[in-house]
Design a protein around this ligand. Structure first.
Ligand SMILES: Cc1cc2nc3c(=O)[nH]c(=O)nc-3n(C[C@H](O)[C@H](O)[C@H](O)COP(=O)(O)OP(=O)(O)OC[C@H]3O[C@@H](n4cnc5c(N)ncnc54)[C@H](O)[C@@H]3O)c2cc1C
Length: 416
């Protein structure tokens, strides 16, 4: 197909949208990227920065519901629900709970594997072409469990990762001391995930991918999309400031806000909820880490970034427009201090972001059921940084009318 006169509009300049815009332009489309924020300044700004190919296990699995009460009533626990928002959240929780079957787990792990086995190559490709390799570290990651019992309980997850070709290994105390001398792990066990990369600044990485797309000719409209109309002749988008933008194709990559746009196109939404996470970033931590460290007991990540040590995690469920509760970020500092006793907590910046979390843990990638001119690229949950470049590549193949190279059946908008 000739892309000479084809105009593609991308809504959302997070890692996913910026990667889509970059790939589409490279394939020859005329591209406009629309976002009321600057590129990479929303959810893609403050995440843990990990590119995590072995994370194929869904968040809903048999037995999970037994853990939830313990987490909810623990001040330091990983899970918080704003109870007055529960009626609006209930349909999502119902779908999430229904996904917790062993058949579901295997199906989702298989589908995630399709994307995850491409992510490192796709990240390397976009990093080389956009000159952003300097923001990436190919070091792997250390994962700790506070007790052996917790690790044994999670053994099935590691069996599934191995079955799908992902690497992990147990490291002994002596090796751990060499790799992360500052880490205190009294009992428990440490694992090393060699395939992980991390970025030292996910917001800047996304902004630089977008800048590279602009240098290639992508047009940026800093405005909020209010209304979308799709038809046989293409799409028309109306913005808050009164602009009317017309295009042959539309890519919806608006992260946690995508349902607001999808409802106008398909007359319905998908089961996606904002799963809020927080970070506390310490500018002068007084220690240096070479590797990101994740705790599978306390559910958070510590990543060495250019701006200091970022401690990030938490799952808080509230409606999309609710105010952040930065007490969650302060709890993360207590977790950091638990593993890094020499951590100096001086000046700290706090942040909240909304993961676009699908009930079945899989993103939506593919055409709108109603309008083939609309392509969806959202719902990446915990892995939007990891899967952004791969999603951009798949969306571009679809826009070109090519084989996407990935079975997109599990990612369909209308799979529910
Ligand atoms: C604490 C935390 C840690 C995380 N750690 C990791 C990690 O280590 N690795 C990883 O892979 N992922 C991680 N994630 C998840 C990751 O950050 C997200 O999946 C990813 O940022 C989603 O990218 P996106 O481009 O879809 O959305 P966003 O970055 O949210 O971008 C969507 C954009 O759409 C724009 N938009 C919305 N509505 C409109 C509209 N009407 N008009 C115009 N623009 C609009 C928004 O302004 C926004 O800029 C983490 C998330 C959190 C919260």
């Amino acid at each position: 197909m000739s892309t000479q006169s084809q105009h593609c509009l991308v809504i959302g300049a997070g890692t996913v949208g910026a990667s889509c815009a970059w790939h589409l332009r490279r394939a020859g489309f005329e591209v406009t990227l629309v976002d009321h924020e600057s590129p990479g300044q929303t959810t893609s700004f403050g995440n843990c920065g990990c590119i995590s190919p072995n994370q194929i296990i869904p968040f809903s699995y048999p037995g999970l519901s037994r853990e939830i009460p313990r987490w909810l009533f623990d001040r330091l626990g990983p899970l918080f629900i704003r109870w007055r928002h529960l009626p609006g959240l209930a349909p999502w929780f119902w779908r999430f709970w229904r996904a917790a079957t062993w058949d579901g787990v295997h199906h989702i792990a298989q589908a995630q594997t399709q994307l995850m086995r491409q992510v490192i190559e796709d990240f390397g490709e976009i990093a080389d072409a956009t000159g952003t390799r300097d923001l990436l570290r190919e070091k792997g990651m250390i994962n700790v469990y506070d007790t052996m019992e917790e690790f044994r309980h999670a053994q099935w997850k590691y069996d599934l990762m191995t079955e799908h070709g992902f690497e992990w290994e147990i490291i002994g105390p002596a090796e751990l001391k060499i790799m992360v001398p500052e880490l205190r792990l009294e009992k428990g066990i440490a694992l090393y995930y060699p395939q992980w990369w991390h970025t030292v600044d996910p917001g800047l990485l996304t902004a630089r991918i977008a800048e590279s797309a602009f240098a290639d000719g992508v047009n940026y409209v800093q405005d909020k999309v209010q209304a979308v109309e799709a038809g046989a002749a293409g799409v028309t988008v109306a913005t808050e400031s009164g602009k009317s933008l017309k295009a042959d194709k539309l890519v919806v990559a608006a992260g946690a806000w995508s349902n607001r746009i999808a409802r106008q196109i398909d007359g319905r939404s998908v089961p996606m909820t904002p799963k809020r996470g927080y970070h506390a970033q310490i500018g002068q931590p007084g220690i240096e880490l070479e590797y990101p460290v994740t705790s599978s007991s306390r559910f958070f990540v510590i990543t060495p970034m250019t701006g200091g040590l970022r401690i990030a995690g938490t799952a808080e469920f509230a409606s999309l427009d609710a105010e952040p509760d930065y007490r969650r970020a302060r709890v993360l500092l207590e977790h950091g201090k638990h593993y890094l006793p020499n951590l100096e907590i001086g000046e700290v910046s706090e942040w909240m972001g909304q993961r676009p979390m699908m009930a079945d843990s899989l993103p939506v990638i593919g055409p709108s059921p109603r309008h083939s001119s609309v392509l969806y690229a959202f719902g990446h949950g915990h892995y939007g940084l990891t899967q952004g470049p791969t999603t951009g590549k798949i969306i571009t193949r679809l826009a070109l009318g090519q084989d996407p190279g990935t079975d997109l059946e599990p990612f369909r908008f209308d799979r529910f």
